[in-house]
Design a protein around this ligand. Sequence first.
Ligand code: SAH
Length: 243
Amino acid sequence: MQTLIAGADALRIPLARNQIDQFRAYAALLAEWNEKMNLTAIADIEGVQTKHFLDCLVGLPLIAEEIGAPLPPRQPLSCVDIGTGAGFPGLPLKIAWPSLKLTLVDGTSKKIRFLGEVVDALGLQNVRLVQGRAEELGHLPHYRGQFDLVAARAVARLNTLAEYLLPFARREGLAVVYKGPNASEEFIEARNAIELLGGDTVRFAPVEVPDLDEERRILLLRKLRRTPRLYPRQQGLPRKCPL
Ligand code: SAH
């Protein structure tokens, strides 16, 4: 885990030995399960440390700054990760920020089974796993408007993703969106959607992932107004006809 340790250090994210052990166990399970089923394109130990763990952790200093918290934050905020796949960005954030109350959402049951195994093996508390589609869960009172933080990486273009994410955030809550090289183009395309859904852009920050020579941006949206009841529209529409 040397790459992770050095990278977290560069990001000024403190990780104790037991947290490093959790990351190591997570990487091992990812490699093991990936032999049986297609969880992720990246499962080699170096790739996992940079392109998954550090790529997710790079958002944490920005979140901390925005909520006025130390690194790692200590508040037990609630966070939902939409389209988490093999647990990204939610689980690396949770390992680094143990008091986070995390909900992981994915449409695919095999991913949820994998996540259950990881949560058990790592002994993580306060992690809820939900199999379902954002378009449906975003209307349930249990989830709608309930979260301090909503996060996603590599799920959809921003105009679609805004419709998945913003309904889950409470008013004054924060959406944290991980984006790659197309971020600017997607951002321009999504401005209307963000406004319509009650969001407001607070940061659109270029970030550097340690040991990774690729463009990354983190978009932080604050939810200022309640999302109109119409959204998210029914399954498939946010992707087929983005706002
Ligand atoms: N966030 C992860 C996985 C990205 S792949 C990562 O960064 O590695 C996209 C994932 O989003 C897939 O696992 C897919 O099942 C899930 N997904 C896509 N659209 C969804 C929707 N509308 N509701 C719930 N999950 C969705």
